[in-house]
Unconditional design. Structure first.
Length: 600
């Protein structure tokens, strides 16, 4: 059997014309032979590694994959056509190549070799795999260092086993894949504090993540507006849920974790503090919350007590604050199995603390104290609590605690910083200081942007002309959302977040995450806001956005992503449409430029 030249996800996908579909995210290396399609019969899983937990995960994952394959009988929407199909001048039709098209032996087995069956699903676990479908063999062979890599091999197989149009299944050509992610952290963020998201819909997002090889669900559990999660030590905190039906019981949270783990997805919880804190906390003791009864906004920015309604910060100087923080953190740490925990620390509003008798007294005792000292007080008193769960615990915080005007003086360097502001500038600052970073730059990766503002009674909309698209269209003008415009899949995919970093700084980039804040999102809209845009990020952090010569391969992603959107919908993930179906069925007919090298 002769295989075509190996294709790297960082190289040109020149052999895609040989097959109707290539998987998304693009594998790091994939090579197709040309001996013709291979028939697929009922596939039986055979595992060469016998470890109870690994076998359990593998068997269940393969059961789901095979059920999907046989139920969908997937047919790709359109083959990847070269742009030459649309040349304005006639060209000679290439002669067909009818080399060896002999019938192949039908495939009956999936043979999986897992080297380490005990590796837990934690940050940095080996997710690589090798997959081979050889002509003349009755088996698909998968080799993976861990079960989590084998799961990625299954999701790849789901895309390349397709209908033969006659009621059967085929793999179009023999194929070899060697695959592994560029980054260990590949995530999305769900916010259940501004609007409640049902467990069923969270499951749907996890399904999309698994298919896209995204491996971290950052769960922003609460915010100032609501407290939906059950806390054993303070059960009355859920009085500040939106309703008795919009609460996550301990069992609900464990179900999400188990559902995600079975699909190779970690769940990192976040309780945002000391900012964005009112609901729930005030049920324990109203004195825990500063400025909770204030009006949130003011025409003069420095007098704001919150960036959005409703206001509330944990009182940093009130001693009881740390007792309740300890209880909440301890109870949630018993539920969430991941070794990482996100503890917020963003958007501290100085004016909020002017409403705290404890903080104002603390400032009065020493006139040299600043809000930077106040933030440092929080770090010095809260971080030791967060570390008490054991040596394996690693903390995440939003970058504000290290970079904002009110930043703490010294934040431990082993805390992972999630950067969301100022794009490359803040990435540069954090990595140069030695912090490990998860990239979530709002200008590229915030998925809730561009839908206009959510505030009511907003006079900025009373403009009798279309906003000019400049500064007035964004924050503070004419009713536009602060992070407009809408982040297209192209903008997400084209983001070079390591630009201008040294090699040392690049090593501090752990990956990227696309947050979806939920002020304008609930069960009805969550899937269409995430998908398929999050899948573009999936490929960006799995195999990159450039070919071997360094050119952007955005144009190569186009048809894969359009096909993948159809595949998500077929799998029950309600992804939004990106183009007219004409564009889907006529690859590259809708390109803006005839020149396919416009993105260099």
């Amino acid at each position: 059997m002769k295989f075509a030249t190996v294709l790297s996800a960082l190289g040109a996908l020149t052999a895609t014309a040989a097959v109707k579909v290539n998987p998304l995210p693009a594998p790091r290396n994939i090579s197709w032979a040309s001996s013709g399609p291979i028939q697929v019969e009922k596939l039986t899983l055979r595992s060469s590694h016998h470890h109870h937990d690994a076998d359990f995960v593998l068997k269940n994952a393969w059961g789901r994959a095979w059920q999907t394959i046989t139920t969908l009988q997937w047919v790709p929407a359109a083959t990847e056509a070269p742009i030459a199909s649309y040349r304005p001048f006639p060209t000679e039709t290439p002669k067909s190549n009818n080399k060896d098209k002999r019938a192949s032996v039908a495939i009956q087995y999936v043979v999986v070799d897992v080297v380490n069956g005990t590796a837990d699903l934690q940050h940095g676990v080996d997710e690589s795999y090798k997959l081979e479908v050889a002509d003349g063999s009755n088996s698909i062979k998968i080799h993976a260092q861990t079960v989590w890599g084998a799961l990625h091999a299954f999701t790849t197989l789901q895309q390349i086993i397709i209908s033969d149009g006659k009621g059967g299944l085929i793999i179009e050509q023999p194929v070899r894949i060697e695959d592994a992610p560029l980054y260990p952290y590949r995530g999305i963020m769900i916010d259940t504090g501004r609007n409640f998201i049902s467990v069923r819909k969270i499951f749907e997002q996890i399904d999309g993540m698994a298919l896209s090889k995204l491996n971290v669900l950052h769960w922003h559990l609460d915010d100032a507006q609501s407290w939906p999660m059950q806390i054993r030590s303070h059960p009355h905190m859920t009085k500040d849920a939106f309703s008795t039906r919009e609460i996550y019981t301990e069992e609900d949270m464990r179900r999400v974790i188990a559902y995600a783990r079975a699909r190779g997805v970690r769940v990192i919880p976040e309780v945002d503090m000391p900012g964005h804190a009112s609901a729930g906390w005030k049920q324990v003791d109203p004195e825990l919350v500063a400025c909770g009864d204030s009006w949130w906004s003011n025409d003069v920015w420095k007098y704001h007590t919150a960036v959005e309604p409703n206001p509330g910060h944990l009182d940093i100087i009130y001693n009881k604050t740390y007792d309740v923080v300890r209880d909440v953190y301890r109870d949630l740490s018993k539920i969430f199995s991941d070794s990482w925990f996100h503890v917020g620390a963003d958007e501290i509003q100085p004016n909020c603390y002017n409403y705290s008798k404890h903080v104002t007294k603390w400032f009065a005792e020493d006139s040299s104290r600043t809000f930077n000292d106040l933030a440092q007080y929080w770090v010095d008193h809260a971080v030791p609590i967060f570390r008490r769960t054991g040596d394996n615990r690693r903390l995440m915080m939003w970058e504000d605690i290290a970079l904002s005007t009110e930043a703490a003086h010294k934040v431990p360097k082993d805390i992972v910083m999630q950067t969301w502001n100022n794009g490359l500038e803040n990435i540069q600052k954090l990595t140069s200081r030695g912090y490990d970073v998860v990239v979530s730059s709002a200008d590229f990766l915030y998925l809730d942007c561009g839908h206009g503002g959510f505030l009511t009674n907003d006079p900025r909309y009373n403009v009798q002309s279309n906003p000019d698209g400049g500064v007035n269209f964004n924050y503070g003008g004419n009713g536009g959302s602060w992070c407009a415009p809408y982040k297209t899949w192209q903008r997400i995919y084209d983001y070079d977040f390591t630009a201008n970093l040294t090699k040392t700084q690049e090593r501090h980039i752990l990956g990227a995450e696309a947050p979806l804040w939920s002020e304008q999102v609930d069960d009805v809209t969550i899937s269409s806001e995430f998908w398929p845009r999050a899948a573009a990020l999936g490929e960006r952090v799995w195999s990159g956005n450039r070919d071997a010569s360094g050119r952007k391969r955005t144009n190569m992603l186009t048809q894969r992503l359009l096909n993948f959107r159809e595949y998500l919908v077929a799998n029950g993930v309600q992804a939004t449409a990106l183009v007219s179906k004409y564009c889907l069925q006529h690859p590259h007919a809708c390109d803006l430029y005839y020149n396919q090298t416009t993105i260099s």
